[in-house]
Design a protein around this ligand. Structure first.
Ligand code: SF4
Length: 178
């Protein structure tokens, strides 16, 4: 799950489209760990980096040096090796069937997050972000793309909005250098 870097907190309307909850359960597809559209990067706060470094058994400084890039004042995770977005190996000799490539998160291994227990807040709160919770954005950016939509338990509105708030607070920390 990758984030639009400058999204800022928005107030949610009283009568929301998801007032009866949303059925969602992660299917482990790894799709949200591959760059897509405008949600291009995985940003990390200081506490994200500290937590992930501890899981890897290295210092936060080492983690930041080895796994992060700083762009326009914000830290983000590095990209891994480009992969086929269709899961197939690109054929160099056949341009017509060659799938396009995408850059996954550096911690995506065999479609699984290798730092799952310490994953960044933006990964934990996906897909309930301020910018995805309009009916239009949900349909375009989440439902069409994420196989977890329509599966598993129904998340009640209160839980969804708690996740949106967590993501909003995290974005505030990120943009204030925390
Ligand atoms: S940190 Fe883990 S959950 Fe987040 S994008 Fe990378 S592989 Fe996916």
């Amino acid at each position: 799950m990758t984030a639009k870097k400058t999204s800022l907190p928005r107030k949610l309307p009283k009568d929301v489209w998801y007032k009866d909850g949303i059925q969602f359960e992660c299917q482990g597809s790894g799709q949200c760990c591959v760059s897509h559209g405008e949600y291009g990067f995985v940003y990390v706060t200081a506490s994200d980096r500290k937590r992930m470094a501890a899981l890897r058994g290295i210092s936060t400084r080492e983690f930041t040096r080895d796994f992060c890039l700083k762009e326009e004042g914000l830290y983000r995770l590095r990209d891994g090796e480009p992969i086929s977005v269709h899961g197939a190996t690109p054929k160099k000799t056949d341009q017509t069937t060659q799938p396009s490539l995408a850059k996954p998160c550096v911690f995506l291994e065999n479609k699984r997050c290798s730092v799952y227990a310490a994953r960044p807040a933006q990964c934990r709160t996906w897909p309930f972000w301020p910018e995805t919770m309009t009916a239009k954005a949900w349909k375009k950016d989440v439902a069409k793309f994420c196989p977890g939509v329509g599966k598993g338990r129904v998340w009640p509105r209160e839980e969804i909005e708690a996740m949106v708030k967590e993501q909003t607070d995290w974005e505030h920390d990120l943009t204030h250098g925390r």
